[in-house]
Design a protein around this ligand. Sequence first.
Ligand code: GLA
Length: 416
Amino acid sequence: MVKAKLSVGRISFAMKSVFIVAAVMMVASTAVMAQKFKGLALTPPMGWNSWNRFGPNVNEQMIREMADAMVSSGMKAAGYEFINIDDTWEGYRDSLGFIHADTARFPHGMKALADYVHSRGLKLGIYSDCGDKTCAGRIGSRGHEYQDALTFAKWGIDYLKYDWCNTEGLDPVGAYTTMRDALYAAGRPIVFSICEWGNSKPWLWAENVGNLWRTTGDISANFDRNIDHGTWTQLSVMSILDLQSGLRKYAGPGHWNDPDMLEVGNGMTSSEDRAHFSIWCMLAAPLISGNDLRDMSAGTKEILENREVIAVDQDSLGIEGFRYSSDDSVEVWFKPLENGDWAMCFLNRSLTPKKARFDFQKETVSDSLSGRNADFSTTVYSLKNLWTGKGLGTTRRVLDTVVPGHDVLTLRLIKK
Ligand code: GLA
């Protein structure tokens, strides 16, 4: 008896050792193997997300309609591809811990919805949270990261926005890296959107973790007035813009600063929408529209679907623009573009119209980050107003114009 017991003990000890060695090898190999998917989001992602307009009111019918509208409105043709469901789609975990969508809101389940969205030539995004509950109090992924990544991959999800509510005691680098590894292990290339509001400066650590990272708290459809909600502040477009200062060096193909989703069409004036959109494009920001695509005014469409402004954002160099000057509420921004072109944007932050004068012959635009310079004394560029489509002469002449309040003059400087 004693002998037998001992030998069972020895075998189980040996077995345990084998398991331990195997486990260590697996962890080690995951550590070597784990990475983010290559080749995703080489230009800033473009799409739509439910949160800014609909908040916690999402359901499959609405998402289908939004996919249809993305096609019929011309948004898809303009380059938008993701239909992203934000918070409150989550239902329950089954007895094995697998997550399921809220059956009342998504009666046919996420796989069927992904199939539908894919059939429209689009991609489906979803939302989860590093904590055990999302910001809206639904189920989060904490402790179920690998299971959820697998489930998302099986459903055919293409984009994951991963939030940071209810994460007491969690380390952001660890929590986001765990989900990155889980997504990678699940094997389906899923764009990974880090949403921890810039708290732990993700630009310093997330280049190899995510494809984009929020740099600030939540946006609101306000040009320059923050909204105080007591425990948190919803930021205006201009506040968010100012918080981007110093971050451009961290962005590039596959890893973008995310100043939050667009509020175009959600209540600002058309000038403010135009300014918001232009400046997001100057920042090479992800262009995730947040309005009701089923009910877009002609003006909203003109802004969101302006291909030449979108081309500034989607330029293959992926260099974020920079503020060149600021004088009497008028800022001048530049962004280097492919083929030696430049985007230039005059932003009037005040409500009164302002003169904008730029004597190219007296200025040299030099970007030490990208090593690109526009020497207007040796190179001539023609100017195109990207909102009117009109030519505005060349850099040989002084540009002398007026920018209306809360508006922009957005130009492409085309190298001759
Ligand atoms: C956070 C995010 C928002 C949105 C909500 C959902 O506030 O920053 O973008 O996803 O949660 O609850």
